[in-house]
Design a protein around this ligand. Structure first.
Ligand code: AMP
Ligand code: MG
Length: 480
């Protein structure tokens, strides 16, 4: 099993991690290998699927060049600071530089207890493994920065949750696993040297242009602020709710990371919350920009010593978040209604559509997608999603006047508005088939649909439809 490992995090000081091998499992079986991703990473996918490869993916064997370690980090969870979290059930196997020249982490998730496990068993249940596979690959196909999934295996062991569940191990690929919480870990220990080393490492790996700026640490903070603002704008534009935006789940590289009780909205509701553990709605759909900024403020606090103890530098950097987010969000919304140019009044036009959608609980994904047909003259499909048809017609009249100035708006609409998102009821059904019946067919079929979200295939219509009343999923669970 040859993987071209080239590990840089393992060269950072010992206090950044605990070195340890994954804990072997009883009877690993491959669920699937992500062939395209393996190819991009320069890894032979057939070798990954071989018994030797599966042993590595399950944590039963350590491949040559791998230096497994569990990373240290802390984090604010629902606003409360935990000075020590860390990889409680993950092993970073190492890094590879892909065919695109980008260095990425390869990490096993669910690979056994570590010094950071606290009271956890270090394992992952099969359901959440499959959920992360589906949703991370769907996000990638939607063009949203995200960690990805290289492979998933079953362990042949049960994990104890509310009930006994089959176990799984996910192989996650990330630009890195450095989190806001990684900075907090060292800042909380007043380890200024480590904060600086980590910042230098993150700059080199994710923000190389900051290294030559007048103030590299300020440029670094500016870069993280910009990427998080853009990321959350992209989430909102597809109806994604992360569910657990704790600072330990906020990636410095700007990727979506740590798929737990996340969900895509069916009907548009800015207050939508799915996560069973988010009782107060802290991480509701419409709160996500505010929370991202709150998380960035925690990062800025860690960096103040590197900013010459100058709080104004930190504040200035954070003040760029709101305008950057607004610009990205409204640019995204404009494209969603077919506008490639920007005119006065456009923001109101998009805002007014969202208001109608919220009032009538219109399906978020279908509304935008069906604007494509409406732009070509047939508005019956989109109109049917609204209870107040007359209000929609009035909006559509304004929209058509504005569309007259645009080149090929229907094509714009279809290029940015997916037909297929990982709808909760489909995800839950695919997971249930695998977990309860050992049937991975629905998971495979759903994955094949989600990796082509903009396709227009009438044969796949059932994957595009919102849930029937009895299929609705009201809550999602972390399942850790
Ligand atoms: P998460 O909510 O998945 O982002 O995890 C928060 C923290 O809990 C991280 O430090 C995880 O490593 C840890 N954790 C979650 N599940 C487990 C588990 N089953 N065993 C050990 N640690 C866990
Ligand atoms: Mg996490």
């Amino acid at each position: 099993m040859h993987i071209p490992f080239d590990n840089s995090y393992a060269r950072l000081p010992d206090r950044f991690y605990a070195r340890l091998d994954p804990t072997p499992v009883a009877a690993p079986m491959l669920i699937r290998v992500n062939t395209d991703l393996a190819e991009m990473l320069g890894i032979d996918s057939a070798a990954l699927a071989s018994p030797e490869g599966v042993a590595m993916l399950a944590g039963n064997a350590v491949a040559p060049g791998s230096q497994p370690l569990a990373q240290a980090y802390s984090g604010h969870q629902f606003g409360h600071f935990s000075p020590q979290l860390g990889d409680g059930r993950a092993n970073l196997l190492g890094e590879v530089v892909g065919r695109d020249g980008i260095r990425r982490d390869i990490q096993l998730k669910g690979s056994g207890p570590t010094p950071f496990s606290r009271r956890g068993d270090g394992r992952a249940a099969l359901g959440p493994v499959l959920r992360e596979y589906l949703i991370s690959e769907a996000m990638f196909a939607l063009g949203i920065p995200t960690t990805r999934t290289l492979a998933a295996v079953t362990t042949g062991e049960a994990v104890v949750r509310e009930t006994m569940l089959p176990g799984g191990v996910l192989t996650r690929v990330a630009a890195s696993h450095i989190r806001v919480g990684t900075f907090q870990y060292f800042a909380a220990r007043e380890d200024a040297e480590a904060v600086r080393l980590l910042a230098d490492y993150a700059i080199q790996r994710h923000y190389p242009e900051a290294a030559s700026a007048a103030n590299p640490y300020r440029a670094f903070l500016d870069g993280v602020v910009a990427r998080q603002a853009d990321l959350v704008a992209q989430w909102l534009c597809v109806g994604f709710i992360h569910g657990v935006m704790n600072t330990d789940n906020c990636s410095i590289s700007g990727e979506t990371i740590d798929y737990g009780p996340c969900a895509f909205m069916d009907e548009y509701d800015p207050g939508a919350v799915f996560s069973s553990i988010d009782q107060q709605g802290r991480y509701a759909y419409g709160n996500q920009p505010r929370i991202a900024l709150w998380n960035l403020a925690r990062l800025a606090e860690c960096l103040i010593p590197l900013l010459g103890e100058n709080e104004d530098e930190a504040k200035d950097a954070l003040s760029a978040f709101a305008p950057r987010f607004q610009a990205a969000y409204f640019a995204g919304l404009r494209r969603k209604i077919g506008l490639q140019t920007e005119r006065e009044g456009d923001d109101n036009l998009t805002r007014d559509l969202l208001k109608l959608m919220a009032a009538d609980r219109a399906d978020f994904t279908l509304t935008f997608r069906r604007l494509g047909e409406a732009a070509e003259g047939d508005a019956t499909g989109v109109r049917a999603l609204f209870k107040d048809g007359a209000a929609f017609d009035a909006w559509a009249d304004r929209w058509r006047v504005r569309l007259a100035d645009e080149e090929a708006p229907a094509a714009t609409i279809r290029a940015v508005n997916p037909m297929f998102i990982p709808r909760n009821h489909l995800v839950e059904a695919a997971l249930a088939a695998a977990v309860e019946r050992g049937d991975f067919g629905p998971f495979e079929e759903l994955l094949q649909v989600l990796v082509r979200p903009f396709a227009d295939d009438p044969a796949l219509a059932r994957y595009a439809m919102p849930p029937r009343e009895e299929e609705r999923v009201l809550q999602t669970f972390c399942g850790t």
